[in-house]
Design a protein around this ligand. Structure first.
Ligand code: AMP
Length: 187
């Protein structure tokens, strides 16, 4: 099965994706991690996006679309994908549809982790201490939240009509959220 975990920064997408990866033997596709890897390895893409990411803006659709293409077409990962942080714009969502069709796959579950702004700020402040991410400071968090609201809202409208779309209360405790997701995935 292929899954999308969708929601604002700090919604717990990465944490939930990891749990599902372990339990259902899937591969996590985190565009945030892929982009950070490019920055770390000082590739051309990395140099081009370093400032963009640290300010809380989005990398261009072309860059992220290219990064996920190879993963979608990797036969070892076929029908075992969990997307975390992708798609984040309508153009990315349409691109993913195309890639799925071309590779003979489909998205089986879409989870939207709906979280209040205050919960997000609280969680990212905690994560800052543990993960030391360059984009986890209050100004950037608020900027990332705004960018999410502007650019990602249309993605929500795009997917919410889908019969396999599930809205999850992301303000709940992490274990409660994962129990809910697992319950849906095991039906
Ligand atoms: P994340 O780890 O998902 O919170 O992503 C961290 C940052 O990477 C975001 O704030 C964006 O700057 C960038 N990023 C991650 N995924 C995408 C995407 N699908 N499209 C554009 N930019 C992205």
């Amino acid at each position: 099965m292929n899954v999308i975990i969708f929601g604002p920064p700090g919604a717990g997408k990465g944490t939930q994706a990891l749990k599902i990866v372990k339990k259902f033997d899937l591969f996590q596709v985190s565009t945030g991690d892929l982009l950070r890897e490019q920055v770390k390895n000082k590739t051309d893409i990395g140099k081009a996006i370093e400032n963009i990411i640290s300010k809380g803006d989005f990398a261009t659709d072309d860059i992220v679309n290219e990064l996920i293409k190879n993963i979608v077409f990797n036969p070892k990962k076929k029908n075992k994908l969990i997307f975390d942080g992708y798609p984040r714009s309508l153009s990315q969502a349409k691109n993913l549809e195309k890639l799925m069709q071309k590779s003979n796959q489909k998205i089986d579950y879409i989870f939207f982790l709906n979280v209040m702004r205050d919960t997000i700020i609280e969680r990212i402040e905690k994560r800052k201490i543990i993960e030391k991410r360059a984009d986890d400071n209050l100004d950037t968090i608020l900027k990332r939240y705004e960018t999410y609201m502007e650019t990602t809202q249309p993605v929500l409208n795009f997917y919410s009509k889908n019969p396999n779309f599930y809205e999850i209360d992301g303000d709940k405790e992490m274990n409660e959220i994962s129990a809910k997701i697992e319950q849906i995935l095991t039906v």
